[in-house]
Design a protein around this ligand. Structure first.
Ligand code: PMV
Length: 322
């Protein structure tokens, strides 16, 4: 597991970050409820080298076109010399699979390493601040998962405490939980969406009179789900994913396309639900044992980009330097 610091290094440097999916608790986590996330073996790689002028993927860098890049450089490289940054990624963008968190954490790891090294709790905090600044809303779930690697639970009493992440008066605990070593399937619907818009929509829904009761149901499902996860009760994890999906539909972030994908895979799945902000993006599927390939085929036939994935034990890290 990546519980060790990012060590010091020099340019040219390559940094690799996993993507992630969410098993339980997206949206409700923004309001303090528990969440369970898994870093996955779909990676984004960032290269950084010295250069006469700032460049991104061999073009002059237009920071204004990418708020994550602009805020990342401002935070991680405030008075830095020009650098050339290159990116390559297998994580679909704006798909709920952690591409923006992976990009921000990779930038933070690269500049942190070039500045002598950075502790993982500090990198998790600064990556969250950059992502939230660029996005205008959200929790530290995605950035925690890609910095820590493996499986992490936010705001849960179970697991081993890694760190706490804060913004203003809000505070989230981040804990390491065990990996039951199941193979998962994620499927991108092809519909990009904005996390900030979806978070706002759910915020409005939870401000209605029955909002507190709804949030309490999210809390109960995620708490029970994390317990079942730790006991490796696969069928129960799948059942609770379905229940979590019903709650996500109730707060308005599902749509007919996502429901069609969930129905297409249902005959071979223990459970399937939106992963991430919803309103498009991706679903995460826990297949019945041995039915992973069939789950991928069913989702591909339904028009999704479907991939079998495994947890990535390694969080963001330098993979080449000097
Ligand atoms: O950006 P996404 O699609 O991975 O969504 C993250 C999950 C939310 O709970 C909707 C937002 C957040 O920052 O926690």
């Amino acid at each position: 597991m990546s519980d060790t610091a990012i060590v010091g290094g020099s340019w040219p440097m390559s940094v690799r970050s996993p993507g992630k999916f969410i098993v339980f608790g997206e949206h409700a986590v923004v309001h303090g409820a528990p969440e369970l996330l898994v870093a996955i073996d779909l990676h984004l790689q960032v290269g950084v080298a010295t250069a006469p002028e700032f460049q991104l993927n061999r073009e002059p860098m237009a920071r204004s076109a990418n708020p994550y890049l602009a805020r990342g450089l401002e935070r991680f490289w405030p008075s830095g010399a020009p650098v050339a940054i290159t990116t390559s990624s297998r994580i679909p963008r704006a798909a709920g699979l952690g591409s923006s968190a992976a990009f921000v954490a990779a930038l933070g790891a690269a500049f942190g390493s070039a500045s002598g090294g950075v502790a993982r709790d500090a990198l998790a905090q600064s990556s969250f601040e950059v992502e939230r600044g660029a996005q205008g809303a959200g929790s530290p779930g995605d950035t925690s998962a890609v910095v820590a690697g493996g499986c992490v639970a936010l705001n849960s009493p179970s697991g081993t405490l890694l760190w706490e992440t804060t913004v203003g008066d809000a505070r989230w605990t981040v804990r390491r939980v065990s990996d039951p070593r199941w193979v998962w399937v994620v499927a991108y619907s092809g519909l990009p969406r904005s996390t900030a818009t979806a978070v706002q929509r759910v915020g409005h829904r939870l401000a209605e009179p029955d909002g507190p009761e709804l949030l309490q149901r999210f809390r109960e499902v995620a708490t029970a789900g994390i317990g079942a996860w730790i006991r490796e009760e696969r069928t129960e994890v799948g059942r609770l994913m379905q229940e979590n999906q019903r709650l996500l539909a109730e707060v308005g972030v599902s749509n007919p396309r996502l429901e069609a994908l969930i129905s297409a895979v249902a005959p071979v799945a223990e459970g399937a639900k939106i992963t991430g902000a919803g309103c498009g993006g991706s679903i995460a599927v826990l297949p019945q044992p041995g039915r992973e390939a069939e789950a991928v085929r069913r989702l591909a036939r339904a028009g999704a980009v479907a991939l079998a994935v495994r947890p990535s034990t390694r969080g963001v890290d330098v993979v080449g330097s000097g």
